[in-house]
Design a protein around this ligand. Structure first.
Ligand code: UDP
Length: 241
């Protein structure tokens, strides 16, 4: 029996942290390979169209640079460049598994990747390629969560799968510090914002809300999570409405 996935086209937001090892920073090739394998498996099984938005927080965050006296825009450009490094790492790992990919960056870098062109990205997806969006929105003062919401709306994706590391959804407190923290099965974007839950910034949330894009927050370290989400099984926290 052929299993029909719940979503036909998705954006997977891979935070920088999800590519780092135990130390929490930099790139751990074994971790990147694991994430790539999770993606390759669902690509092979369901042939879902997958676009990836990568973060850069494992290498550099604009806000921390600005907090230490750097010009905010410059620090943000450094953050966007960090996402390009992660994108290439993920591309390498996916291609090693035989998945055809294209990296598109919002900041032109001809020798390294294609520029972001919406219609071209869609064409790649239709041809079965995984498209990795790098360099965020290309503008400072934004986040890669906002990029995920923006690109998902642009390419008409049906959901954003938000890959986290070490935490399997949204909690009312940090589960790593508070053992009594409660996990939310379902949340609306409004509830998330009103409760001040640090899942994503308000810009990303409002874009998702306006464009009716559900977000599923899950732990990418738990093998098979992406597959389960695509099958419509309850995994992590579902943010909608
Ligand atoms: N960034 C930016 N504009 C964007 C996306 C990202 O300036 O459209 C910068 C920003 O400095 C951010 C850094 O890139 O801190 C890395 O992205 P992010 O913090 O979203 O990565 P993640 O937390 O997902 O690893």
């Amino acid at each position: 029996m052929v299993v029909k996935p719940k979503y036909r086209r998705v954006v997977i937001k891979v935070s920088g942290e999800a590519l780092a090892g135990e130390q929490g920073y930099g790139i751990d090739p074994a971790v990147v390979s694991f994430v790539a394998r999770e993606i390759q498996q669902v690509k092979e099984e369901f042939n879902v169209e997958i676009a990836i938005v990568v973060g850069g927080g494992n290498i550099w965050r604009g806000l921390s640079g600005a907090a230490r006296g750097m010009d905010r825009a410059t620090a943000d450009y450094m953050g966007m460049l960090a996402t390009v490094i992660n994108a290439l790492a993920l591309q390498d790992a996916l291609e090693k598994l035989g998945v055809e990919t294209r990296v598109q960056t919002a900041i032109e870098m001809r020798a390294v990747a294609e520029p972001y062109i919406r219609r071209r990205a869609i064409r790649h997806l239709e041809k079965g390629r995984v498209v990795i969006f790098a360099a965020g929105t290309g503008s400072p003062y934004f986040s890669t969560d906002t990029t995920a919401a923006l690109r998902a709306a642009e390419i008409e994706a049906e959901a954003i799968l938000m890959a986290k590391r070490g935490v399997d959804g949204v909690y009312d407190d940090d589960p790593r510090r508070n053992p009594r923290a409660r996990k939310f099965e379902y949340l609306t974007f409004m509830e998330m914002l009103n409760l001040g839950l640090g899942v994503m910034d308000a810009t990303a949330a409002s874009l998702c809300m306006e464009n009716k894009l559900p977000v599923i927050v899950f732990n990418v370290q738990e093998a098979g999570s992406i597959r389960k989400i695509l099958l419509g099984e309850k995994v992590g926290t579902f943010i909608g409405g």
